[in-house]
Design a binder for this molecule. Structure first.
Ligand code: DGP
Length: 122
């Protein structure tokens, strides 16, 4: 596993040191509203384990953690009623992915069109 900073903001949320607006929780996963929502639905889904990147989670997470994560994403899209209108899942990963918080997280955007996927570099 790559270095994990246990002082990152999501680690503090997981320890209950910082409040969050929880949308869904299961044994291995927490989903809560983004502090700066970019769409009417903007929820962050995070594994509770200490994984910095998607690769760390994929490689070092257990099957139970993986399935709990997938189930949590579906629970969030159900709870937010975005299934019929559509939604976008995004994981910013590492430097080129512009990942700001070094605890792997999936953004769930919905409730309004999300626009083109990414702008072509000029
Ligand atoms: P990323 O750029 O993919 O690492 O996204 C980090 C997201 O985390 C960003 O959309 C803002 C959100 N965020 C940062 N600090 C907090 C916080 O303290 N609480 C919540 N709920 N969200 C936060």
């Amino acid at each position: 596993m790559s270095d994990y900073d246990n002082q990152n903001i999501f680690a503090k949320i997981l320890r209950g040191e910082i409040p969050n607006d929880t949308v869904f929780e299961n044994a291995h996963t927490l989903a809560f509203r983004d502090i700066e929502p970019q769409r009417p639905t903007h929820v962050l889904v995070i594994p509770k384990g200490p994984y910095r990147t998607w690769h760390d989670f994929a490689r070092d997470g257990s099957k139970s953690e993986h399935s709990a994560f997938v189930e949590a994403v579906a629970a969030v899209t159900d709870a937010e009623s975005v299934e019929s209108g559509g939604y976008r899942l995004v994981v910013n990963n590492g430097d080129d992915g512009n990942q700001e918080v070094p605890h792997v997280h999936m953004h769930v955007f919905g409730g309004a069109n999300c626009g083109p996927m990414i702008k072509r570099q000029s």
